[in-house]
Design a protein around this ligand. Structure first.
Ligand SMILES: Nc1ncnc2c1ncn2[C@@H]1O[C@H](COP(=O)(O)OP(=O)(O)OP(=O)(O)O)[C@@H](O)[C@H]1O
Length: 554
């Protein structure tokens, strides 16, 4: 069959067509330039009309009548005012021109080339971990589709991953800490260097969500936190796991930050705290912060074996003792052990007789020990008791007696901690740089985040009982006599100190108001004393049961 010839225009006129196309395009461009204001105003009018329609649809039916009346009145007034209609038209055109302007060009969708490259290399790196030979249609395979494995991703301005959802096959052993750790290490090495990543494993959906965590704020000064009695703020954390926030003052600014709140007292499941860290990591600062909060509602005994700098607390209302020497430490802790027993016995008696526990058993008593291991060494050299042995009763029975023990210690002296301290401190904090072994040893679990490249003082992790591990930043609570720290932060601490009530050099033994109260309370029961005409001081009558109580204790 003979071929039909092509129309002439297609065979000979291609150059002409191209020229005509060019001409048409230029004409269209010029027309667009000329008509641009008109196009903008038309677009604006369209948008204004759409907004008006939407508003009308959103207006409840019962309000439409009055609205219509209002609009009609405005139109009438405008129509009657001299030049009103002209002004109205000009205003409408101006508003339309304003609304009709071109909006910001939409950001290009999907990752750019370098981002695709990053995701691809991450995908390739995960293949050995997320595939097995028996899998006939593996999600992870060389040359496979990374889009299926990474359903969601976000990048920062520098092109680094800030959020990534990773799908993995159901046979991956995501319940095993080692398997998880391998993936977390790989992701950190490949895209997280210098930043902290949070890993959320969703075992049911076989998905891992990786999120970059912003650094925790380091500029929070000591202040009165909005907490209930029995609550102590250890520091501040990420909003990912803590729903509660505290309103905080930052100079003149106010911000809401999620806190790590530790509950103490009778109903607490973690009534005592252990803080571990490297030298200079901020353990003394945290102890000072706890002391300032504790003094709001209770009494504090401080035993200092390091360079904790608690001089600012000496002689303040509620501070029963600040001990730096072995003898003082032993005396204070011995008293604290007896006081715990006394409180227990008094509370038990009250319970048995169907009364409320006496008031003097309810006031919280805090024993704060900074580096007690320093005394262990001294005591051994001197052939005396290790002060830590006196913590046995407060640690074992403190919860029922409202006695709380906080121990701060350095990693290199961890061996010197007594078994009681290890067993009964269920609230744990690690401050400063720490290895995975150290973190797991103290917290009993690894944090769900990668280690920070730079660890500021007061940065670490907290775990309350069997709860999750939280990142933690302790509020800056410097010793106010330390003039190397910020003036504002020192002043903030000074403002929180209770007034001085006793001379700074008083011995703790003299500061035993609780026992004195008990002694005075006793003669009420000792009715026979009143019946017999003996004008003895009640102190003598009461001193017998007080001693007997101490003797009864286990
Ligand atoms: N949360 C914090 N915010 C700001 N600075 C802090 C914080 N914690 C500690 N620092 C600063 O770090 C330094 C060391 O703190 P601190 O004395 O509390 O550490 P430490 O662990 O007790 O060490 P050491 O036992 O060697 O004294 C101090 O200068 C202190 O001001």
């Amino acid at each position: 069959m003979a071929r039909r010839p092509l129309p002439r225009i297609l065979t000979t006129g291609s150059a002409q067509i191209a020229r005509s196309r060019e001409l048409a395009r230029t004409a269209a461009d010029s027309a667009t330039d000329v008509l641009h204001p008109l196009i903008t105003i038309t677009r604006g009018l369209r948008r204004l009309a759409a907004t008006g329609r939407r508003r009308w649809a959103d207006t409840p039916k019962d309000r439409r009548g009055p609205l219509l009346f209002l609009v009609a009145s405005v139109v009438l007034v405008v129509a009657l005012v001299p030049y009103g209609p002209l002004l109205a038209v000009i205003s409408l055109m101006a508003a339309a021109a304003l609304h009709g302007r071109d909006r910001e060009p939409a950001a290009p969708e999907g990752p750019d080339e370098s981002q695709v490259q990053r995701l691809k290399s991450l995908y390739e790196a995960l293949i050995p971990y997320f595939s097995i030979a028996e899998d006939l249609s593996p999600l992870y395979a060389h040359g496979g589709e990374w889009e299926k494995a990474f359903p969601a991703y976000e990048f920062d301005e520098s092109g680094r991953v800030t959020h990534l959802v990773i799908r993995y096959p159901a046979y991956f052993t995501d319940g095993e800490a080692d398997s998880r750790a391998r993936i977390e290490q790989l992701l950190h090495a490949k895209s997280g260097r210098g930043r902290e990543y949070h890993f959320a494993w969703e075992e049911e959906g076989n998905e891992l969500t990786v999120t970059v965590l912003p650094p925790l704020p380091t500029d929070i000064a000591a202040q009165r936190f909005v907490t209930a009695p029995g609550e102590t703020v250890l520091g501040f954390t990420d909003p990912t796991q803590v729903r509660r926030t505290l309103p905080l003052t930052y100079g003149e600014e106010r911000r809401d930050i999620p806190p790590v709140v530790w509950r103490t007292g009778m109903r607490s499941t973690e009534p005592h705290l252990l803080i571990m860290g490297q030298p200079g990591s901020g353990t003394s600062t945290l102890l000072r912060s706890i002391a300032l909060q504790a003094l709001q509602h209770g009494d504090v005994v401080i035993v200092e074996g390091g360079t904790g700098e608690y001089a600012c607390l000496t002689g303040r209302d509620g501070v029963l003792a600040v001990e730096c020497g072995l003898t003082g430490a032993l005396t204070s802790l011995e008293w604290a052990a007896h006081e715990t027993e006394r409180r227990l016995i008094a509370a038990n008696r009250a319970r048995q007789s169907g009364h409320e526990p006496p008031e003097d058993t309810k006031r919280p008593l805090w024993l704060l020990l900074d580096r007690p291991s320093a005394f262990a060494h001294l005591a051994a050299a001197d052939g005396r008791k290790d002060p830590q042995s006196l913590l046995q009763v407060p640690l074992r029975h403190g919860r029922a007696a409202n006695v709380t023990v906080v121990v701060g210690e350095q990693f290199d002296s961890a061996d010197a901690l007594s078994d009681d301290v290890r067993q009964h401190t269920r609230a744990r904090v690690v401050l400063g740089p720490a290895t995975a072994e150290q973190l797991a040893g103290v917290l009993g679990a690894l944090p769900p985040t990668t280690p920070a490249a730079e660890v500021p003082p007061g940065r670490g992790y907290a775990r309350l009982g069997a709860g999750s591990v939280h990142r933690l930043q302790v509020p800056s609570t410097p010793c106010p006599y330390d003039d190397t720290t910020s003036d504002a932060h020192r002043k903030a601490v000074l403002a929180l100190l209770p007034p001085r009530t006793t001379p700074g050099d008083l011995e703790p033994v003299e500061a035993e108001p609780a026992q004195a109260v008990l002694v005075k309370a006793k003669p009420v029961e000792a009715v026979p004393v009143e019946a017999v005409p003996i004008d003895k001081e009640p102190v003598e009558a009461a001193s017998v049961p007080a001693e007997a109580m101490a003797g009864e204790a286990p």
